[in-house]
Design a protein around this ligand. Structure first.
Ligand code: NAG
Ligand code: NAG
Length: 291
């Protein structure tokens, strides 16, 4: 009987040590296929799991209901190279979430509920190569400097968002950009769009499907046209932009003309009035002398 107990004890120790190391390295609800990967995809998580090992490199959190990531998240997980947060409930990314020291190469924030990408959201993450921000149905604002400092960024996805306009600076400031997806947005082809249109014409090789897949709506009647139907000439009216000085000169000269006109008519009216009184006066004198 005694050897049997010893044997059982050994198995228990072995089992508990296996469970202990598993528990130490892998969050309870997740899978860890290799020492640097934590896969918590599709677990119905409503927040980030607590027990993620600090040396994680690939963190897969797609298809959950996570509403926010703390701004110091990548400071804490500074070895993180690959972060997949696709199809969650993120509505806001705090500025500075990615920092210069971040090693992140791949970040997927697609299919979330983001509304805005403010200036400095991604800090100056010089390692970031691929950024996915597509399929955020309320994303209507991307700041001109939203991607400033992402010097290695090669692929940017902004497709199927709610963008009606995008400052061309957001794209032209990316020195390594090879591919950008912009299709499926409700672009409006007004004068704001003119400079983006010019950039797209010059950089159509960076659009995976060219400009074929892109449409914009005409401000007057909302009719949608394919960008292939437009040319630089379509935006000709936008080139004659007025500076503030031009505007002031126009307003000021308008006012001066009106003042001069009023003064002239006042002068004319008084002259006519005087003349009438004078002629009446002389008539009266004549009548008086006749009597
Ligand atoms: C998004 O995640 C939910 C679970 O939160 C899942 O049911 C759904 O299929 C996912 N959608 C896609 C397009 O993967
Ligand atoms: C997404 O955002 C919209 C408006 O900003 C809100 O009405 C909606 O409830 C949000 N959905 C989720 C799943 O958070």
């Amino acid at each position: 009987m005694l050897p049997c107990v010893c044997w059982l004890q050994r198995i228990l120790i072995l089992l508990s040590s296996v469970l202990w190391t598993r528990g130490e390295n892998c969050p309870a609800t997740c899978m860890c296929p290799d020492p640097h990967t934590v896969d918590c995809s599709g677990r119905g998580l409503t927040r980030l799991p607590n027990e993620i090992p600090l040396d994680v490199r690939r963190l897969l959190l797609a298809d959950n209901l996570i509403p926010r990531i703390p701004s110091d998240f990548l400071v804490l997980y500074s070895d993180l190279v690959y972060l997949d947060l696709r199809n969650n409930s993120l509505s806001h990314i705090e500025p500075g979430t990615l920092s210069t020291s971040s090693r992140l190469v791949f970040l997927d924030l697609g299919s979330n509920n983001l509304t805005e990408i403010p200036k400095g959201t991604f800090g100056e993450s010089r390692s970031l190569i691929k950024l996915r921000l597509g399929n955020n149905p309320y994303l209507s604002l991307v700041n001109e400097d939203a991607f400033l400092g992402l010097t290695s960024l090669r692929e940017l996805e902004l497709e199927r968002n709610a963008l009606s306009t995008l400052h061309v600076g957001a794209l032209s400031q990316l020195p390594s950009l090879r591919a950008v997806r912009l299709e499926g947005n409700p672009w409006v082809c007004n004068c704001n769009f003119a400079s983006l249109f010019a950039w797209l014409m010059e950089n159509s090789h960076k659009l995976p499907n060219g400009v074929e897949g892109m449409e914009c709506s005409i401000p007057m009647d909302g009719r949608r046209v394919s960008l292939t139907q437009l040319s630089k000439d379509s935006f000709r009216e936008c080139q004659a932009t007025l500076t503030l000085t031009d505007l002031l000169i126009i307003i000021f000269s308008g006012i001066s003309v009106s003042v001069v006109a009023i003064m002239t008519s006042f002068f004319l009216a008084s002259t006519v009035h005087c003349f009438q009184r004078w002629s009446k006066g002389t008539k009266g004198d004549e009548e008086e002398s006749e009597e």
